[in-house]
Design a binder for this molecule. Structure first.
Ligand code: MOS
Length: 719
């Protein structure tokens, strides 16, 4: 399957999106709505001594200013140590929300926000984890040690020992965090930019002490999230509180600058990696130790080492993950969290090893191919990684590669070819869905999931259309509403496997119910024997009856069923379950300027069954673009003297744009996998990014002979 499936369905919400009919949170307007604007702290650590709102309150249009002095206090539950604004005078990080100005218009609120005067008891912040690595700690349990890693490393014929660093990176989705909230007596309704409407509903119900049924959270469209909205962001609490205080609907939106202190970030990480191999290339030992920063109030650990335990066959493995407290906001999952960072280290180190051994980097991976799970010897439920390597290499023309660094030039351009492996889980959560077949011949599908952009509207509609035997345009999928049947937050690339499994099973239940209503008409025909086509049951003897006719005959307006699907943990537990991929990258480097262009990428992915070919290819291309950003441009700069982010904007924090993206070819090695779930789909999204930063850094080495171990690979590091 290649990315030219012209006949595959288009994105079902595409027209709504490109014509502006898809409404994002800050676009919702309610009668009598007021506007909130945040005041951020200007220090990173200390206490508020005084907060003076007199001048601000005098301004035109200002309705109320909330600070910790006049805000009701809400009990925090023991397990949730997340920062909740306006509850105390404590400052935990720079940019923390310390007041909300509520006014008649957005401009009035923003103007008055600048007139709030604050004085602080300022303490020196510590935001540089390199200075305090000796304070690193390991929460929770150590991972088991496989074999005897130190000895095996010591005795290895060839060794690599290297340190890799990745800076803080901020999710920068197009849509900013925003909420619109209103109360009707004790019932709260909130439009919120989130990856999980149920999660936000539970959060608000917990804080305000009201039943879950009295909170409705809506997120019909989400303009990107990347993990930034897997937890409730402070705006949803602040907006709901403001609406309660002034007894009017309130809208609050973060600015791009404020967003950098809104939801966390990929933490800063340091990885110390030691790899030992014999002369034939067989891995003997992997020792992978990592550090990442967290906040002063919460432990946020990233799993950077999982990939070192599972990707290659290796008898001796030691991994350890530690964290260091800093005066920064709590980090958050971001775009293939942990795994992409670990892969940058492991896949760079394997590349370094390949040069030392004079073995082709692809060949080295095949030598160490894990036929079964290296962790516990379980068989893989499916694993077409070998096919990914081989087909992608052929497509890329890898056999024409001259292994010598700096050997491939074209005019002023140094050309480099690099490769890496990707892997991701294939998780499934418990999800519910309702399907209602109607007399107008359409099916309404409802589930409280979200679509943050990957194409959930499309993929789920395709599954239902196929299972109900209806044309795609007869399916209407409604999501992003906490009052619908419950589904997990959209995260971990799990939505197709979770919600897709629910709608597939629910489709069968609806059909069976319809068939039973018509059983008399079909004489002997059993449900299993009838064909389902274009809204009709067709029996072997050619008798056909449409769904609509059955409903009408029975005087029914519809047939509606709700179903919950859970993962088959028993069966899944017998196997190692993962998705895989191979990535080949060409870079062109202007040596005088140090500019790196990713001129060509071939990405081949094995992730079970592909449900929606077009959006699947878009997922993989998007993942490559994420990887280009991580490899070459993204990094949050902090002035450690003040604990302050210096580039909280898109001018200083560079994400790739169209001009940075050239030829990206994606392809899938489909797997038949009935273990992972009945759909056979493992999910897509994060997987496609995992190997890309390493593949790019490896290509940069091949082009220049310079090994860059600290991301991003900016021109200054190549000059
Ligand atoms: Mo993702 S980091 O699972 O939103």
């Amino acid at each position: 399957m290649a990315n030219n499936d012209k006949d595959a369905p288009n994105r079902v919400d595409g027209i709504l999106k490109v014509t502006g009919q898809a409404k994002y949170i800050a676009e919702f307007r309610l009668p009598n709505m007021a506007y909130g604007y945040l005041v951020p702290s200007t220090i990173a650590r200390g206490k508020i001594l005084a907060i003076d709102t007199v001048e601000a309150e005098k301004q035109a249009g200002v309705i109320k200013i909330l600070t910790h002095l006049n805000t009701p206090k809400f009990a925090q539950n023991e397990r949730d140590k997340s920062h909740r604004p306006l509850q105390t005078d404590q400052i935990l990080f720079s940019g923390q929300a310390i007041a909300v100005v509520i006014a008649e218009t957005f401009e009035q609120a923003r103007f008055a926000a600048r007139l709030v005067k604050v004085s602080y008891d300022q303490q020196p912040p510590q935001t540089d984890i390199r200075k305090i690595l000796d304070k690193a700690y390991m929460p929770g349990q150590a991972r088991p040690i496989r074999g005897n890693p130190p000895e095996a490393f010591e005795n290895s014929e060839v060794k690599i020992e290297a340190e890799y660093t990745i800076p803080i990176e901020h999710h920068n989705p197009m849509e900013l965090h925003a909420s619109v909230a209103y109360w009707e007596s004790n019932k709260l309704t909130v439009y919120d930019k989130t990856q999980g409407v149920t999660m936000v509903r539970n959060h608000l119900s917990g804080i305000f002490g009201i039943p879950k049924e009295d909170v409705t959270v809506l997120a019909p469209f989400v303009g990107g999230a990347f993990g930034a909205s897997l937890r409730a962001t402070p705006n949803v609490f602040l907006t709901s509180l403001a609406a309660r205080e002034i007894k009017r609907p309130v809208k609050l939106e973060y600015s791009r600058r404020q967003l950098f202190a809104a939801h966390g970030y990929r933490p800063y990480s340091i990885q110390k990696l030691r790899i030992g191999a014999d002369r034939s290339g067989k891995l003997k030992a992997i020792l992978h130790e990592t550090f990442n920063n967290t906040s002063s109030n919460e432990d946020f650990g990233e799993n950077l080492v999982g990939i070192s335990r599972t990707l290659y066959a290796c008898p001796n493995v030691f991994t350890e993950s530690k964290m260091v407290k800093t005066d920064l906001q709590t980090p958050a999952p971001m775009r293939a969290p942990g795994t992409v960072s670990g892969a940058f280290a492991l896949e760079s180190a394997l590349d370094e090893l390949s040069y030392k051994l004079k073995i082709d980097p692809l060949e080295l991976r095949l030598i160490n191919y894990a036929e079964v799970s290296p962790e516990d010897g379980k068989p893989f439920s499916s694993k077409e990684l070998r096919k990914c390597y081989q087909d992608a290499a052929r497509k890329f023309g890898w056999e024409k590669r001259n292994p010598e660094p700096r050997s491939m030039k074209e005019g002023k351009w140094l050309i480099g070819w690099g490769m890496a492996t990707g892997t991701w889980g294939a998780g499934q959560g418990t999800a519910s869905a309702r399907i209602t077949l109607k007399t107008d011949g359409t099916a309404l599908v409802e589930s409280g999931t979200t679509d943050i952009g990957p194409g959930t509207y499309t993929a789920i509609s395709i599954i239902v259309a196929k299972n109900l035997g209806l044309p795609l345009e007869k399916i209407k999928f409604v999501l992003g509403d906490s009052s619908l049947p419950q589904a997990p937050s959209q995260g971990g690339s799990n939505t197709v496997s979770s919600v897709g499994s629910a709608v597939q099973a629910c489709s069968q239940i609806v059909l069976k119910k319809l068939f039973d209503l018509a059983a008399g008409d079909f004489k002997e025909a059993a449900f299993e024997e009838v064909k389902i086509e274009n809204g009709k049951f067709i029996s072997k003897d050619g008798k056909s009856l449409s769904f609509v006719e059955i409903l009408k005959k029975n005087n029914l307006e519809n047939v509606s069923e709700t179903h919950t699907s859970a993962p088959n943990t028993g069966e899944r537990g017998k196997y190692a379950i993962a998705s895989h991929g191979a990535q080949f990258v060409e870079v062109r480097i202007d040596e005088e300027l140090g500019i790196v262009r990713v001129s060509r990428v071939v990405e081949m992915t094995a992730s079970g069954k592909i449900i929606s070919p077009k959006t699947a290819h878009s997922q993989e291309m998007g993942a490559v673009v994420w990887g280009i950003g991580m490899a070459l441009t993204e990094g949050t700069e902090i002035d450690h003297r003040y604990g302050k982010i210096m580039n909280p904007n898109l001018a200083g924090y560079h994400v790739p744009v169209n001009a940075d993206v050239f030829d990206v070819q994606t392809a899938f090695a489909e797997e038949q996998d009935k273990i992972v779930n009945p759909l056979g789909a493992k999910g897509l999204g994060e997987l496609g990014m995992v190997g890309i930063p390493a593949a790019i850094a490896n290509a940069v080495y091949h082009a220049t002979g310079k090994r860059v171990r600290d991301l991003p690979v900016t021109p200054d590091k190549l000059l």
